[in-house]
Design a protein around this ligand. Structure first.
Ligand code: HEM
Ligand SMILES: CC(C)=CCC/C(C)=C/CC/C(C)=C/COP(=O)(O)OP(=O)(O)O
Length: 290
């Protein structure tokens, strides 16, 4: 039983799915409009877990050849041979995506469901199939996947575009490249062995560390913009502390491009996102209940 749960978490990349669902909740929190019922919020969160799980499972299936070559990924269910490839898997993944889109549409409306689809499509097809093995800019475009989660949340509240959720979606877009480049730098030999052209394995250290620093500074600045549009102290604390911490770790990495500093910067990206989301959720809770 424990083994089956572990395999499911791995296959659907559920830890990342939880972060993506939390980004959608942040989108709900910063959008203004009529409040949602609890079942609508829960329905959208579950739909995002399902859709990102379907895209993640497809990523495992499609990348089983290169995953086999990398230490970090070689024990994954398809790469290790625990799951045998068969077209039925693809039918299953498509079924999970369709059910998730149906749930998103019923609980959050068609515009939100369209954003959920775009998120899964960007990760599953645009990033995984079209760009990952071909372009160094793979992850810059892949970053849109997280932005669509924020937009899906905001569209559940009000389908027409709003300033603060759009700013938060831009923040997610800026967040993803330094998040991933830091990990790729720490595990560089893996990607080089697998022939995947991640930025840190194709350009010198001064260039990829500068690319990371520019992104984290831009991210820290952009995540403060909602303060001009009505977000308050709690949001500002989350965005300011997280942004400051991430920039600090990125400066350290720029000065000394070691694997340790790259891994520390990867963790800083997770801390920054967690604080940003927590700030948005707490600020919204205080607005509603106090
Ligand atoms: C296409 C864009 C992205 C890429 C290429 C990427 C890449 C990665 C990779 C390779 C890992 C390590 C996972 C492992 O050890 O197997 C990771 C971890 C993680 N990512 Fe991302 N990521 C992306 C977008 C996102 C987004 C949008 C979020 C959240 C909104 C996110 C949240 C996380 C979290 C929470 C972890 C740590 C949990 C874990 O290790 O499973 N990622 N990411
Ligand atoms: C709205 C919605 C449904 C959005 C879904 C977006 C989504 C699931 C993004 C995940 C991105 C991700 C986990 C990339 C991992 O990169 P990788 O697969 O290249 O990493 P690997 O080297 O570990 O395989």
């Amino acid at each position: 039983m424990r083994a089956a749960i572990g395999l499911t978490i791995s296959l659907l990349k559920l830890r990342i799915g939880v972060a993506i669902a939390a980004s959608a909740l942040a989108g709900i929190a910063v959008a203004s409009g009529p409040g949602l019922a609890w079942w609508q919020i829960a329905g959208l969160a579950l739909a995002i877990l399902g859709a990102s799980g379907a895209a993640g499972a497809f990523n495992h299936y499609y990348e089983r050849d290169v995953d086999r070559l990398m230490r970090r990924t070689r024990t994954r269910p398809f790469a290790s041979g625990t799951f045998k490839p068969s077209p039925w898997w693809l039918v299953g993944f498509l079924g999970l995506l369709a059910a998730s889109l149906g749930l998103a549409s019923v609980s959050a409306g068609n515009v939100a469901a369209a954003y959920v689809f775009l998120g899964a499509f960007t990760y599953g097809i645009v990033y995984t199939v079209w760009l990952k093995r071909r372009s160094t800019w793979n992850i810059v475009v892949g970053g849109l996947a997280g932005s669509f989660a924020v937009l899906a949340g905001a569209a559940a509240v009000d389908p027409s575009p709003q300033v603060i959720p759009t700013v938060l979606a831009v923040a997610l877009f800026l967040w993803t490249p330094p998040h991933f480049w830091s990990l790729a730098a720490a595990k560089g030999q893996d990607y080089a062995k697998a022939g995947i052209p991640m930025l840190p394995v194709v350009v010198p250290a001064y260039a990829w560390t500068l690319a990371i620093l520019v992104h984290s500074v831009a991210l820290a600045a952009v995540s403060l913009v909602p303060l001009w549009f009505g977000e308050g102290l709690l949001y500002g604390l989350g965005a300011g502390l997280g942004g400051g911490y991430f920039v600090w770790k990125s400066v350290k990495l720029y000065r000394v491009p070691s694997k340790e500093n790259a891994m520390a910067n990867f963790f800083a990206s997770l801390v920054q996102l967690a604080l940003l989301i927590a700030g948005a959720l707490l600020a919204s809770a205080v607005r509603h209940w106090l």
